[in-house]
Design a protein around this ligand. Structure first.
Ligand SMILES: O=C(O)CCC(=O)C(=O)O
Length: 280
């Protein structure tokens, strides 16, 4: 292991996160943001497809498929997970300029229906993530907790699927503000306590949360969802492996992604009192 990889793993095992990790140059991050925003503009009259584009960009835009396969992304994912790596998801968290959208304290893996915690998120900033724009806040060391109780509140401005909130006390005095420049990423564990506040700036706050898992992970129940294999081998066949998009925003890809979104919603809302549409 080289020095960088060993510092990375020491910090990650101690804190449950590492940041900032340089992935793209600011100019490369701008190319991705422009590609997303061109897609959003083209789908202005089709909110359902626009929501799919924001939620599944690597299935619909070759530029995002390249991001999830970027050698620096894969190196970070492998440093945590080992040689075999799949992509569970690539969705955005977008906070429009001067809005009250927020993310409550939560642990990612709570409602994903997976049997283990061998998952890591690389959250890639496509605009400045600052305290003013509502960057993420992490509580060091909380990744060592198992999944703790959450309460589903379904608050309108909460970007999480169920508006779920940790039902245990969070010592916010310990929180670390995860400030990132466009093109930088943070890396966090699926049990880490984290949250983020509103965007009080005049620019959108855009992050792409790329979720990597090991192929031995398994759904506890529910339908088989679609994933990319991006490193090593899948010796288990627990999920349906798919190819990356051959063209930009192809109709056939939208159809497959819409069907996969139905399957994923059934898992994410399993047992919930309400089901709400993906964020538009
Ligand atoms: O983008 C945010 O503010 C929150 C993202 C988040 O909770 C996650 O990536 O797990």
């Amino acid at each position: 292991m080289n020095d960088l990889a060993s510092t990375f793993s020491l910090d990650y095992s101690r804190d449950g996160f590492v940041y900032p990790v340089d992935i793209l140059t600011p100019a490369e991050a701008k190319v991705l943001r422009d590609d997303l925003e061109a897609g959003e503009a083209a789908l202005a009259d089709d909110p359902a497809k626009r929501a799919l584009l924001r939620g599944y960009p690597a299935r619909l835009l070759p530029s995002y498929y390249d991001l999830v396969n970027h050698p620096k992304m894969i190196a970070a994912a492998k440093a945590v997970l080992g040689p075999d790596v799949m992509v569970w998801g690539s969705g955005h968290f977008i906070k429009e300029a001067n809005t009250t959208s927020y993310v409550s304290w939560h642990q990612d893996l709570t409602y994903w229906g997976l049997d283990k915690a061998e998952e890591v998120t690389l959250w890639v900033a496509l605009s400045p993530a600052t305290v003013a724009s509502g960057c993420m806040r992490f509580i060091p060391g909380t990744h060592r907790e198992q999944i703790v109780p959450h309460t589903d509140k379904f608050a309108d401005d909460n970007l999480l699927t169920r508006g779920q909130e940790l039902a245990v006390e969070v010592n916010e005095a310990d929180a670390v503000d995860v400030v990132l420049q466009p093109g930088q990423a943070s890396v966090h564990h699926g049990h880490l306590f984290h949250a983020s506040g509103p965007n009080t700036t005049n620019d959108r706050r855009i992050g792409a949360a790329i979720r990597y898992i090991v192929p031995s992970m398994k759904a506890r129940s529910g339908p088989e969802t679609e994933m990319f294999l991006v490193a090593g081998e899948d010796r288990y066949g627990h999920f349906t492996l798919v190819d990356g998009p051959k063209e930009r925003m192809a109709e056939a890809d939208f159809a497959r992604v819409a069907a996969d979104n139905e399957r994923r919603s059934a898992i994410l809302f399993d047992g919930a009192e309400q089901v709400r549409a993906p964020r538009q």
